[in-house]
Design a protein around this ligand. Structure first.
Ligand SMILES: [Fe+2]
Length: 368
C-alpha cells in the first residue's frame, strides 16, 4: 500500500469535520482542422532544457537523427569546457521553446524550474536572454515547476507577457504528501507575477499561443491512466473559491486531481506533434491522446517531459506505459524530470531507437 497516494489521505471537510469528497489527419496536412481549434504548423521547433534533474559533462556528442538534431551545451557559452562555472541540476523543470513559422519566431517558456538561483545560473551560462520571450505556460501549481519563477523576473518590464495556466487551482496552497506531517509546498505569488509583467490567462480549454503553440486544456482521463498526484490543495488559500469547480469549494483540503494541468504542444510541418508533458499527473498517454484529439493530427513525432512514473504510480503502470507508447509509436521519447528509472530502463530495452536522454542545456531541434 503506497502511503503517498493522495486518495488514501484524510480530507478535511469545510462543512463537516470528517466530510469526504469523492471527488486522422496526417502530420503532413496543412493546417489541421481541430475539434475546437485550428492548430498552426510550425516550420521548425527548438526545445532547450533550462532546468531538469540531470546534467552531464562535456563527453556527449551532438547527434543528427531523422527529424531531430540534438545539440549538447555543457557549460559557459563560448568558453572552454570544464571551466569553473557549471550548470545546476535540481528536481524541477523549465524548457525554452523557440519556434518558427514563415518568418516569425515565437519564444515560450514552459515552466519556471525549482529555484531562482539555478535558473539565473543556467540562463547566464547558456547565454540566454529572456527579455524577448513572447509567452509562458505553467503546466501546474507545483513548486518544482513555478519555484524558480523569480529567476526569470524582469525589472520594470516594458511589455506584458501572457502566462497560461490551466485553472484557478494553479494558485491554491499545497501540501506535499511525503512526510508526517506533510510539508507545506506553498503557493505561487500572483502579485510577483504581475510585477514581473506576466498577465495570467486561465485556460481550461485548448488555446493557441502566439500563433504557433497550443495548450491541451483539461486533460481527460481517457486511457488506463489515473490522476496520481502526491499533493493536496487548500481551496481558498492563494486561490479564489469562485474559480474552482463547485465540488472543490466547500472543503478546506483535498487531494489534487490534476484538473488544471496543461501539456504544451506543437505541430511541426512534415513531422507531426511534439508534446511537452511537463509532469504528466493526468497521465502522459492521456496527454498525448488529448493533443491528438484537439489537433486532429494522429502522428506523434516526439513526447518530452516528466512522465511521473514513480510513486504514487506503480512499476506496473510504468511498464504498461511503455506498451502504450509502443502503440502510439512516436518517433522519439525524451524522458525527463519525474519520469523514473523503471520506465526509462524498460523503454530503453523495448524501443531503444526511440529514446533520447536529455540534460540541462540540451537543445532538441525538430525540423523536417
Ligand atoms: Fe514536477
Amino acid at each position: 500500500m503506497n502511503t503517498l497516494h493522495g486518495s488514501q489521505t484524510p480530507i478535511v471537510g469545510r462543512r463537516t469535520a470528517l466530510g469526504l469528497i469523492a471527488i486522422g489527419l496526417s502530420a503532413l496536412a496543412l493546417p489541421a482542422r481541430a475539434r475546437n481549434i485550428t492548430v498552426p504548423q510550425v516550420d521548425a521547433l527548438t526545445l532547450q532544457v533550462l532546468i531538469d534533474n540531470a546534467t552531464f559533462g562535456p563527453f556527449l556528442s551532438d547527434v543528427s537523427l531523422p527529424g531531430v538534431s540534438v545539440v549538447r551545451h555543457t557549460g559557459d557559452a563560448g568558453k572552454p569546457v570544464m571551466s569553473r562555472a557549471a550548470l545546476h541540476a535540481e528536481f524541477g523543470l523549465s524548457i525554452l521553446a523557440t519556434s518558427q513559422m514563415d518568418r516569425t519566431t515565437a519564444k515560450v517558456i514552459v515552466d519556471f524550474g525549482y529555484t531562482p538561483e539555478a535558473v539565473r545560473n543556467n540562463l547566464s551560462l547558456l547565454g540566454i536572454d529572456v527579455s524577448d520571450v513572447d509567452a509562458a505556460v505553467l503546466s501546474h501549481g507545483h513548486l518544482d515547476h513555478y519555484g524558480g519563477f523569480s529567476g526569470f523576473y524582469r525589472e520594470n518590464p516594458s511589455r506584458r507577457i501572457p502566462l497560461y495556466v490551466g485553472g484557478e487551482e494553479t494558485f491554491c496552497e499545497r501540501l506535499a504528501m511525503i512526510g508526517t506531517p506533510p510539508p507545506l509546498m506553498g503557493s505561487l505569488d500572483r502579485e510577483a507575477l504581475a510585477r514581473a509583467g506576466f498577465d495570467v490567462r486561465i485556460a481550461s480549454t485548448p488555446q493557441i499561443i502566439k500563433g504557433q503553440a497550443f495548450t491541451s486544456g483539461t486533460i481527460p482521463l481517457s486511457s488506463f491512466e489515473r490522476a496520481a498526484i502526491p499533493t493536496q490543495m487548500r481551496p481558498g488559500k492563494g486561490c479564489n473559491l469562485a474559480g474552482l469547480a463547485p465540488a472543490k469549494r466547500d472543503v478546506t483540503q483535498l487531494p489534487d486531481d490534476g484538473e488544471h494541468e496543461l501539456a504544451t504542444c506543437y505541430a511541426v510541418k512534415g513531422l507531426g506533434l511534439v508534446v511537452i508533458a511537463s509532469c504528466s499527473h493526468r497521465g502522459v498517454i492521456n496527454s498525448v491522446r488529448q493533443a491528438q484529439k484537439i489537433s486532429g493530427i494522429d502522428n506523434v513525432h516526439a513526447v518530452i517531459g516528466g512522465f511521473h512514473l514513480v510513486r504514487p504510480r506503480t512499476e506496473e503502470e510504468a511498464r504498461r506505459t511503455v506498451a502504450e507508447f509502443a502503440a502510439i509509436d512516436p518517433a522519439y521519447i525524451i524522458p525527463m524530470h519525474c519520469t523514473g528509472d523503471t520506465f526509462i530502463s524498460a523503454a530503453m530495452r523495448v524501443m531503444p531507437q526511440k529514446i533520447i536522454r536529455s540534460y540541462i542545456g540540451t537543445e532538441f531541434v525538430f525540423k523536417a
